[in-house]
Design a protein around this ligand. Structure first.
Ligand code: ARG
Length: 589
């Protein structure tokens, strides 16, 4: 299916040719087209042009107007203010544009692909083995999932990497403890739930820690196991693998609750780069990018200094020979650029790791692993705050378990769904299913509707509220359309270009036209919140449309069909937009 040119693109093109027909210098001038409250669009580009050509802006504007051909696309154009153009689109152009989008049977609604597609490796949803996931991991998962979907929609090749924390000295202690207490991770039943897996790991971790802190001999044995692990001793690796497997049961249960598909093959944790670490260090040292300092292999940066004024290095290898977080990330860059052929590396990670990534990227640039043809960026996100504006904790001051948090969101959402269930005729199973979609959607939407770098307040009351900028509001908008379509009986949605549109219909139609632009923009800047804002406005325009334009009781059969058509295009746009945010739209709510 061919993509559909947006009305704004068409108008833009029209004006650009009118401009160049008026003024030679204006050959590549931008008419600076904007949506406007006074007309459908306003073009502000003539002011700057007039200044350059030393012409009177209003006169120049009038000349441009005389060059514009009005008709099928542009109904009316007039000069306003100091030399703006106010442009009104023909009703038939709006309906025709939507009809072309509607005819695209795929889920794309005629949205074009981005002009330049490359390969993006996106690093997100990266919890740590044998540790509880926290709200920071939630943000990374939710944002990363949506950005990945957005990019794919624009035609980008997306490779997902879940860089889990599955390596490090803490595993010596765990492995040694498990070997000395081999039945601690045994499962009574073949099927163990994510929650049980996590509580097993947590119990084991605490016990190992206690022993490590109190028993010197155990400590020595544990340290030896770190060395064995790094040397690749098969027995040690086998025990380590048990921790990874047990943790994955837990991770997958959380991802499933989040209604998110994570592929096992995409989980390439820190351990996945083991074989590259020594070489990474050798290459950095040989090229002089890294130098030995007090036994450690370090990279220094002119402008990165500690409070004492001394430069703070990126440590690639510790003085005891151990490799850390930086060595792994640098090796991962080599893998992603040279093996996966990435043109963009994206890291959805807490803003508090910004310095780490700055140093890692700069090091990789100096080493020549990141060339001019590769972009590397951290998509940093802010902290999740409680209602009180402080970092999100339980009343007892502990970190909130992700499972509990999601369960509570679903519970509250189910109550909201249940309240209306009678009226809509939902079965118990539908109530439960929709409760999950609404609850998880609420959590995702709250995260995705604010700019990622900002901190956001985790407030469940607000998140499941039916009024305001929430996912439930959008989900209801969608379900309401479905209910109207079900009630329509014989009447089917159909576009009627000959019909005159009411103001609320035009506003809705012009906003629908901007879907493609919005998605491409949100994808290009990695900002799902732009799409969320668009969808919220779409739902608001739909509400105004309902208030002002009866659908099934419209005056003529053609008008009923055309309004059903408008409803259906809106529904499909809402559905697709929400899907790009990773949120479901139930048919009945
Ligand atoms: N596992 C880390 C954490 O929990 C996040 C990993 C981020 N990704 C990376 N390539 N360093 O904080």
């Amino acid at each position: 299916m061919a993509s559909v040119k947006s009305l704004s693109d068409s108008v833009q093109q029209h004006l650009a040719s009118a401009l160049s027909a008026t003024l030679l210098e204006a050959a590549d001038a931008d008419p600076l087209l904007r949506r406007s409250d006074r007309a459908d669009f306003q073009a502000n580009g003539i002011l700057a042009l007039a200044k350059k050509a030393k012409a009177n802006p209003r006169e120049l504007a009038a000349q441009v107007v005389s060059q514009v051909v009005t008709g099928d696309l542009i109904e009316d154009v007039e000069v306003s203010g100091p030399g703006f153009l106010n442009i009104t689109i023909a009703d038939k152009a709006i309906t025709g544009n939507l009809a072309a989008r509607y005819a695209d049977e795929s889920d794309r609604l005629g949205v074009p692909y981005a002009e330049h597609a490359g390969t993006t490796v996106i690093d997100y949803a990266q919890p740590n083995v044998a540790k509880e996931m926290h709200v920071g991991h939630l943000r990374s998962a939710v944002i990363g999932d949506s950005v990945g979907r957005l990019l794919e929609f624009t035609g980008e090749t997306v490779i997902r990497r879940h860089h889990i924390g599955d390596w490090g000295t803490q595993f010596g202690m765990l492995i040694q403890y498990l070997d000395e207490h081999p039945h601690e991770l045994d499962h009574k039943d073949a099927q163990v739930s994510g929650e049980e897996a996590m509580s097993n790991l947590d119990r084991l971790y605490k016990a190992a820690r206690r022993l490590f802190d109190s028993d010197e001999e155990f400590k020595t044995r544990a340290r030896r196991r770190v060395v064995d692990l790094q040397a690749g001793d098969p027995g040690t690796l086998a025990t380590w693998q048990r921790f990874v497997d047990e943790s994955k049961i837990y991770f997958f249960s959380v991802f499933e609750k989040l209604d998110m598909r994570v592929q096992d093959a995409d989980i390439v944790g820190e351990s996945g780069y083991n074989d590259m670490l020594a070489e990474t260090c050798r290459l950095l040292e040989e090229s002089g990018v890294a130098v030995r300092s007090e036994g450690a292999l370090c990279v220094f940066f002119e402008d990165i200094k500690g409070p004492d004024g001394n430069q703070v290095p990126l440590i690639v290898q510790k003085s005891d020979g151990g490799y850390g977080y930086a060595a792994t990330d640098l090796s991962a860059i080599r893998d992603r650029v040279f093996n996966l052929k990435a043109s963009t590396l994206l890291y959805v990670v807490d803003a508090r790791q910004a310095l780490h990534f700055r140093m890692v990227f700069e090091t990789a640039r100096r080493a020549g692993w990141l060339g001019d043809d590769v972009t590397a960026a951290q998509l940093a996100f802010g902290t999740v705050l409680g209602k009180d504006g402080k970092p999100f904790k339980t009343r007892a001051g502990e970190t909130v378990k992700l499972q509990d948090l999601l369960d509570e969101a679903v519970e509250r959402a189910t109550a909201v769904v249940r309240e209306k269930a009678g009226k809509v005729g939902l079965t118990e199973q539908e109530i439960v299913e929709n409760g999950a979609y609404v609850g998880v959607g609420a959590v995702k939407y709250a995260d995705l509707s604010t700019s990622a770098v900002r901190d956001y307040k985790f407030d469940l009351d607000q998140m499941v509220s039916l009024n305001g900028d929430t996912s439930v509001y959008l989900q209801y908008a969608y379900a309401r359309i479905q209910s109207i379509l079900r009630k329509a009986g014989e009447a089917r949605p159909a576009a009627h270009r000959e019909l005159e549109l009411a103001p609320a219909e035009r506003a809705l139609g012009l906003h629908l036209d901007r879907f493609g632009e919005t998605v491409l923009e949100a994808a290009a800047s990695y900002e799902p919140h732009k799409l969320a804002a668009y969808l919220y406005q779409l739902a608001s325009l739909l509400t105004t449309f309902y208030d002002q334009c009866p659908v099934l009781k419209a005056q003529t059969p053609e008008q009923v069909e055309n309004r059903l058509f408008l409803c259906d295009v809106t529904a499909r746009t809402l559905h697709q937009g929400m899907a790009l945010l990773g949120i479901r739209t139930p048919e009945k709510l």
